[in-house]
Design a protein around this ligand. Sequence first.
Ligand code: PLP
Length: 626
Amino acid sequence: MDVEEFRVRGKEMVDYICTYMNTLRTRRVVPSVEPGYLRTALPAEAPHHPEPWDDVMNDVEQKIMPGVTHWQHPRFHAYFPAGNGYPSILGDMLSAGIGCIGFSWAASTACTELEIIMLDWMGKAIGLPPAFLALEEGSKGGGVIQGSASECVLVSMLAARANGIKRLKHQFPNVDEGLLLSKLIAYCSKEAHSCVEKAAMICFVKLRILQPDDNGSLRGETLKEAMEEDEEAGRVPFFVATTLGTTSCCSFDNLPEIGPVVRKFPCVWLHVDAAYAGSSFLCPEHKYHLAGVEYADSFNTNPNKLMLASFDCSLLWVTNRYLLTSALVVDPLYLQHCYDHTAIDYRHWGISLSRRFRSLKLWFMLRSYGVSGLQKYVRKHCELAKYFERLVKKDDRFQVCNQVKLGLVCFRLVGGPDETPEQIDEMNKKLLTNINASGKLHMVPASVRERFVIRFCVVAQHATREDIEVAWDIISDFATELLEGPDKERDLNEERTRRNRAALAHKRSFFVRMVSDPKIYNPAINKTPPPVATSPGSPPAAAPSTPDTPSDSGSIQQPTTPKQSSWISWPLGFFFQSVDHDSNDLPLRFRHLDTMVRLKSPGASRRGSTPCASPEHRASSPSNNH
Ligand code: PLP
């Protein structure tokens, strides 16, 4: 394809996208295909000879589109929104066209400098404290665009891990880093996104998963008890991941309680994951959720969720960029340049070296919509969710199961007085399966207070009240069909087809299940600590939750089996399934070492008498490691 053909085909592509957007309503929301459908439709080998562009685009429509889940469809209500504002698509187009790789200031100056400025613009717009901004006088902070929220969490944990090991090495200079690493422990709520657990696996550290209160909020007291227990048992707290706007039910961890707890422990890094909710803080009325963010060391949000930016656009801010870059810096000669002492080189801020010009789309979005335009969009999104909530509440067959603060409503069928919680879960699963199988509407489930709920998220950019009403009518009709039994007149063939479809959708509904409860998606790596710590070094007892705020969300019947309060996921735990539950017993061959060098130095006070980088005492690192 030469430049003149590109000129023509590029315009055709924009036309194709516009038509796609305008005719989305005529398509099924989710595909009706079996796994491997595309393998039978495409040749087994790449073509040896060039093919005409028209043939390629024909195959897009004939072969690809039937397998696409249409995230921009007005009946798509799963997950969280996937932004695709037009200025953002144009930004990505230009980024691809310029085709620069901005790993350092020298490799593409505008790419680096626009990113620094955009992160400051965004940080100010959502209300982050000045310590997170790169261009504030005297600030050591700054922001970076990562590929995903998962990467933001991972690099924050990597920085915290390096910081934790550095501190321990100072305290125990003769102890091997591997052993020091085995003592580190991170924390998050059960409602945290699974990416926290994945980060812990990659960092090879233990993660203690804590029970939130009845509103899905991790409380300070729960965290404090767990951290103290762990310290008592010789483990070393180093990282706390909190969430503002959880994936399952959009709950908010209690940062004003958690922040002061974290500050009491030396060198513990506090991260705030606001992947979805962060963009709502553009609106003054949602900024109260940020209370306590001044305690945080890092903060991430995805404008590609609620701010209409297209994937990928995950923003990460830190208050001390030197702690981040000193954990990630490698500096071969061929990447050095004469300004690397004064400029920011984003290659030290993440995993990959190469990076796209992603700040263009953020710039285009902020300029085309203005902050006021984006606020308007967020407000509409939240108002439509409230409208859906009212529709659910009007129907006494249903209950709303979360506090609806932004665009997510969790709901379920209440069930009858004679039905067990398990039967009610089954009924709700069936309802969701039937709806998804119909292709008329798409939602995914979550687990809220151990019960199966259906998540309804407002997603489409131009959604209206009418769209919400159509969605509700579909849900309500399926509920009626389910509750009033199958049509007795239906012939056998029809029933068989329905069952086949339901089986496929059932599989699919498990496939797309949200990952709010680690027990659900990876039971192999979760273990319950024994209830009582019997000897020094044995794992902590379960920490009680502190539901001292009355729940104003829907009352879901509690499970009959005792609730698990907290559990520890440890790296590669699944390799040791046959070994008993005590995580300290796992590396049996190291146990004698462990006894020799228990990392509870009797004289060391909890307040961090060591030269560590606690928020109050952080030493600045060499200035050439931006
Ligand atoms: N954190 C939260 C709160 C999320 O809701 C999600 C995804 O929905 C993630 C992290 C993971 O985001 P990403 O896909 O950008 O890694």
